[in-house]
Write a protein that binds this ligand. Structure first.
Ligand code: HEC
Length: 102
């Protein structure tokens, strides 16, 4: 039982750290997606706050590797092209944790 609670605490610490890292990385995204992740019409940037984590991850990868490419995703490319797998995972976890628009 002791071991189980240690494992639980450890995984909790890990995920807390991921969110903090994701929050830091997200600062680079606010110009278009907003501080709250609700998007900006003027930038044609959609709201992403509270979206499913797996979906966010998939879109960031698709935009990064050019599978999803159009004039709008081109604007985002400089901000995602240098993100590591770990960055993308932390970012997606953080964005998914942001409150959705009511
Ligand atoms: C220069 C503006 C800009 C910046 C900076 C930017 N984005 Fe975007 N992002 C966009 C636009 C525009 C779209 C819509 C793309 C389209 O129309 O297909 C988009 C789409 C997305 C999507 C897909 C949303 C969906 O519903 O499919 C995700 C996820 C995303 N951005 C995450 C991020 C993250 C994470 C960052 C920071 C690392 C970031 N963006 C930085 C402009 C930006």
């Amino acid at each position: 039982m002791k071991l189980l609670s240690v494992i639980f605490c450890f995984s909790f610490m890990l995920s807390a750290q991921d969110l903090a890292r994701g929050e830091k990385l997200y600062k680079k995204c606010t110009a278009c997606h907003g501080n709250d992740g609700l998007g900006k019409k003027s930038q044609k940037a959609p709201m992403i706050a509270g979206q499913f984590e797996w979906y966010l991850k998939e879109q960031i990868y698709n935009i990064k590797n050019g599978t999803r490419a159009n004039n709008n995703t081109k604007k985002m490319m400089p901000y995602v092209k240098n993100l590591s797998d770990e960055d993308i995972s932390n970012l997606s976890a953080y964005i998914a944790s942001m409150p959705k628009k009511k």
